[in-house]
Design a binder for this molecule. Sequence first.
Ligand code: ZN
Ligand code: ZN
Length: 382
Amino acid sequence: MEQIQEKHKLENDPKRYMESEKERLWQMFKTECKDRQLVVKVSTAISQELTRAIQIYLPEKYKLGVMEYLEHSSGKGFSSKMSLHAWMLVEMAEKGNFISFTKYLSDPIQCIKTFTSEQIKIICSKKNLKNGCSRLKEIYDHKVREIITGLKQAINRLRGSGSTITMKSWWPTFLKEIGNMFCVKADIRFFDEDRDLDFDELIRYLLAELKGIEDTVIKDYDQTIISKIVPFCCQFVTEDLLKCQKVCSFCKALCEHVGGDDHHRTECHRPQGVGGYSWIESKNLMTELCINSVKAKHRFRNQHTNNEWVNYRDYRNVNDYYASWIIEPLDGESEKYWKWFMATYNTKLAQYYKCEKADIPEGWNDISKEEAIQEMKKYYNI
Ligand SMILES: [Zn+2]
Ligand SMILES: [Zn+2]
């Protein structure tokens, strides 16, 4: 009986039990640690690779983010070529500095580019009073979060594909899932010790790593990235928004086309005095629109006609550039803006073009700057 009791005691003694199972438990513990270590190693390696890829990919994302914002949300004129142009004219009128008008008249496209770059800087630097962040910082953070969310969604979509997984089989599936979101290596060094991993465990670690990446990349924000954004957006505006950069030979109005046609035209020709045309005898700046002159059978001469008289209606015979413009012979009115401009800057404009002041038609002097600006804003929806 005592022997039986002793045996029972021995069998139920935890210390003794542990002693006898020591080796087996130690092996189990070591395997567990090894597996855990491998998951940590794998998720760290993936995290490093994703961080590298995000840092390469992110500038493209935030540059496009700024461009999208400018086009759709800034509430200003980046939505089209003519609204951008009109916005610039409005700003120039508000500042009321004739020097900036002369810069515009001598090179409207360069003027639009300079204006564009100034406005991008202003819009990007504008602070949100609620959180104290600049618009650019908000766009940057938003893009980082968008990338991280995309990665989390890709990882979550792969859940349920099995309880264990090897990296050799998971990594290509993951790359397929994130598509061509950005460029990550097809092979990472942890493949050397590839084994079955607990999938849920790996996902848990990866999601935690992604949160860490998000925090780190957001913290890495540097406001000097504006210096990369401005040239990018300016190039975009020049190539994709401005397209045709030709101006009317008579009034210097910008062609409204954005491509797809060899001919140039605008709905809004201006008094020709804006482009420097004056009457030969009186030398007064002209207030007639080019469309009026083409209809009224006036004549003109300049260096392009070798100073020979040409009928306005035959303007297309002067050279290929004149021929490329469609100027309909119409009775038309100038926009209020240019009437106001000529009336306001008559003396300065005459000095600039070295001729006499225009005979300002009745009513032009009565147009206020506000009225001129208002009409332009309404017409171009800015
Ligand atoms: Zn014109
Ligand atoms: Zn054109």
